[in-house]
Design a protein around this ligand. Structure first.
Ligand SMILES: Nc1ncnc2c1ncn2[C@@H]1O[C@H](COP(=O)(O)OP(=O)(O)OP(=O)(O)O)[C@@H](O)[C@H]1O
Ligand SMILES: [Mg+2]
Length: 177
């Protein structure tokens, strides 16, 4: 089975994907590292710009039929069996990206994206099997156990677990208004 773990930058994809892969005994794949290794896309400053179709084509060829957890904010554009969308309070996204030294522009862009469900909407446009998990106030271990519990129960779709419009006021300082 191929499980994609996607979400806004800073939502916890890498942390959760590695632990999930370890618990399932699956291979962990960083989509960014894979793209770089395969020479897909080009660096624009710090950012890797990739052709999503080319990435998906190559990934399918290399991983079809394998047991993989694939980590990346573009992983919902791949052909996978299950897409896990990690959500985090937009304030947490703001705090984590500030700590990483991202620009105000980049922080604002990502806090806004989390606030209005950009990745979730994209994931639902591209996939049937989408599981949304709120990581807020949970440990990575708890998040992984929640995912494993849903998989065990055979849940293939669960969305609508967060509504960040309720916390809009808390993140105004991060927004590019
Ligand atoms: N419940 C949780 N799940 C995942 N990460 C958490 C959780 N609670 C706290 N964290 C912390 O949040 C941070 C998330 O960073 P991580 O690098 O995993 O995010 P990411 O989504 O992979 O970011 P990027 O898109 O930039 O690669 C880590 O410091 C991690 O320890
Ligand atoms: Mg990551």
């Amino acid at each position: 089975m191929i499980i994609a773990v996607t979400g806004t930058p800073g939502a916890g994809k890498t942390t959760v994907s590695k632990l999930l892969a370890q618990k399932l005994g699956y291979e962990y794949v960083s989509l960014r590292d894979y793209a770089i290794e395969k020479g897909i896309g080009e660096m624009k400053g710090d950012e890797l710009e990739v052709e999503v179709d080319e990435l998906a084509y190559n990934f399918e060829r290399d991983f079809k039929g394998k047991d993989v957890v694939v980590d990346g904010h573009l992983s919902h554009f791949l052909n996978t069996d299950l897409v896990v969308v990690l959500r985090a309070h937009p304030r947490l996204i703001g705090e984590r990206l500030t700590e990483r030294g991202y620009s105000r522009e980049k922080i604002g862009e990502n806090v806004e994206a989390e606030l209005v469900d950009v990745i979730l909407v994209e994931a639902l446009e591209e996939n049937e099997n989408v599981i949304e998990v709120d990581t807020t106030g949970k440990t990575p271990e708890e998040v992984v156990n929640e995912i494993l519990g849903l998989i065990e129960k055979g849940v293939e779709k669960r969305v609508g677990v967060v509504d960040w419009s309720e916390v809009y006021d808390e993140v105004i300082p991060y927004l590019r208004l």
